[in-house]
Write a protein that binds this ligand. Structure first.
Ligand SMILES: NC(=O)c1ccc[n+]([C@@H]2O[C@H](COP(=O)([O-])OP(=O)(O)OC[C@H]3O[C@@H](n4cnc5c(N)ncnc54)[C@H](OP(=O)(O)O)[C@@H]3O)[C@@H](O)[C@H]2O)c1
Length: 271
């Protein structure tokens, strides 16, 4: 009941981020419970694991494999993000700098998702800056997927794939919802997994997930630190990346007996 009271007090957009953050927190906590004291929930395991951590989990029933999608489809997320968030950016530029109204359907969608928490030109400019950063980030990730990453034959669940597509659409809408729109009209050596060393890897198993968190925290700085909606986004990212980092850490520990004992999963010296 208390949870329902919290959710109904939040705007739809905040309720979504709150629910995502809470679900991933729950999943992190479930991972910390000894596996023997819980049923294995094969479908849940299949939904939270992807890439290399699928191989570190319990045996996968044959039916689960039918929903596998190649992990190289990650690039689709960033194609969608570059196109969609580029479109939102274009709309926002027209709105902020040329005085053109947002498309009617977009305006309606934003009003349904939840009104912005404050009025004022600074918030609009902050949202503009965050959207530019998000768009550049999407280009960078697309470039990485197309020209840097060497994808193995690893897979993701089709639900994770759909989630990834929807994620960047919803994230862009979240940024735009912060604008008070009513206030004015290399060479491949091999494909085996190895223990990574150097730089941040000396402290945590997944510095890329930690860096992802820092990207979103830096966007919170642009929003002036006091934007609750964005902190809910950051909370979701925190737990979503914590879950992946924890699974990744366990994968390394189970696969490599010599895995550095002092290395944490996600947060240096802490977790
Ligand atoms: N914003 C979000 O909600 C969100 C969600 C997920 C991911 N991301 C971001 O997307 C990026 C990629 O995520 P990811 O989960 O795919 O990262 P990852 O597990 O580190 O994988 C990146 C690449 O490195 C390979 N790899 C991983 N560990 C390896 C090892 N020990 N030895 C050799 N190769 C290894 C992976 O192969 P395999 O594919 O075979 O594992 C994959 O090709 C990250 O920056 C992450 O933060 C963001």
């Amino acid at each position: 009941m208390a949870l329902w009271a919290v959710l109904s007090a939040l705007s739809p957009i905040r309720a979504v981020w709150f629910t995502l953050g809470a679900s991933f927190l729950l999943n992190v906590l479930l991972q910390l419970v000894p596996p023997s004291s819980l049923p294995s929930f094969a479908l849940l395991q299949d939904l939270i694991r992807y890439g290399k951590t699928k191989y570190g989990g319990p045996p996968r029933p044959a039916v689960c494999r039918r929903f596998d999608v190649p992990k190289r489809y990650f690039s689709h997320f960033y194609i969608v993000s570059v196109l969609w968030n580029g479109f939102l950016l274009w709309c926002l530029i027209q709105f902020l700098f040329l005085g053109a109204p947002l498309p009617h359907w977009l305006h309606t969608l934003l009003s349904i998702l939840g009104p912005t928490q404050a009025q004022g030109g600074e918030l609009a400019l902050s949202a503009f800056l965050v959207l530019v950063l998000l768009w550049l980030h999407s280009w960078r990730r697309l470039f990485e997927c197309l020209f840097v990453s060497v994808f193995s034959s690893s897979v993701i669940h089709v639900v994770q794939y759909c989630f990834g597509l929807a994620y960047y659409v919803f994230l862009g809408l979240t940024v735009l919802s912060q604008v008070p729109v009513d206030s004015r009209d290399g060479a491949v050596v091999h494909c085996n997994y190895q223990i990574p060393f150097g730089d941040w890897f000396e402290y945590v198993s997944s510095p890329n997930y930690l860096a992802e968190l820092m990207i979103y925290v830096s966007m919170a700085v642009v929003f002036g630190f006091r934007n609750l909606t964005w902190w809910l986004v950051v909370t979701y990212i925190f737990f979503c990346q914590a879950l992946s980092a924890l699974l990744s850490h366990r994968f390394y520990q189970s696969k490599f007996v010599s895995y550095p004992k002092h290395r944490k999963a996600y947060l240096p010296f802490v977790f």
